[in-house]
Structure formats: C-alpha cells, structure tokens
Write a protein that binds this ligand. Sequence first.
Ligand code: SF4
Length: 182
Amino acid sequence: MSSSPTDILIHTCCSPCLVYPADILKKEGFKITAYWYNPNIHGPREYEKRKMALGYYLNRDKDIDYIADIYNIKDWCAGLDSYNMPERCMGCYKVRLKKTAETALKNNIGIFTTTLLYSKFQKHDIIKDLGQEIADETGIKFYYKDFRKGWKEGINMSKDMELYRQEYCGCIFSAKDRYNVS
Ligand code: SF4
C-alpha cells in the first residue's frame, strides 16, 4: 500500500523562485500548496504582474494547489520596526512567514516553508532562524532546506518557461536602490 503524500504550504515570493523548490519538494514526496502573501511589493501594477506570473506557472503545473491571500499593505507596514537593514527585511520576512504558518494551521497543513530560502539575494540565516522561531510559537513544523544550491538550475528552468522576472526585491526601498534614485 502506498502512503499518501505529506502536505506542505510554501510561501511563494514569486514564480521564478518557486520553480526549483517545487521540483525538489515533489521529488521528496510532498503535496505542495503555494501560498501567495506578499504585501511588501511596491506598486499595484508590479504586484499584479508577479501574481499573474505565478498564476501562469501554476496553470502549467496542475500538481500544485494554490492559496492567494490579500494585498494587506497595512499589515506589512505595521510589521516593520525599522526602515534600516537588516531590521527592515527581518520585519518583512516575519510578517509573511507568520501569516504562512497561520494559514497552514487554518488549512490543516502541518508543515510550512518559503521560496525565500532559494534566493541568493535574501538574508538566508535570518529566514532560517525566523522560520524555526515561528514554528516553535505556532506548533507548525518549519521545513528548512538550502534551496540556493539550485540557483542556476532554477533560473534556467524559469527562463525556459518565460516567467516574468522582477527587477527589484519588492518594497519601495528596494526599488529605490535598484534604480539608484537619490
Ligand atoms: S528588500 Fe525585500 S525582503 Fe527586504 S524589506 Fe524590502 S521587500 Fe522585504
């Protein structure tokens, strides 16, 4: 008798960052649900572009379930204790990961993780520690893996699929830095 797959909720920052982790998680036998909750993204147009790209990818991969949450900018702003780094990113991660764990709980999914663990541009160790901290608080398990090992592979896969690739991390501060506006 084959065992049923274990459910996992993966907070998804964007579609290019989901491709590689989803591939790994499937190979490990997980049943994946992608969770869209990114109120950090500056500008409704940019927000929609990223969300639509995820929809496009998920349409190609019917094995992945999907939960989309709202564009709750006020919650994101309230979660920031500082606009300086690295505190700003810490607050930003915390808002999104906490909501992911709560959503997992609500949907009877026992494990959560995040595509943020795939990006070479994120503060990996902070995300790892926060995920564990939230797991301890909520009783939901945090799945940790260094998905950065598949950085190149994921980029190639997402380019083959012609997924939209954003130019800045998400918030207005990251957009300002990206375009070098002073
Ligand atoms: S740079 Fe990225 S992770 Fe840091 S606060 Fe902005 S959107 Fe969040």
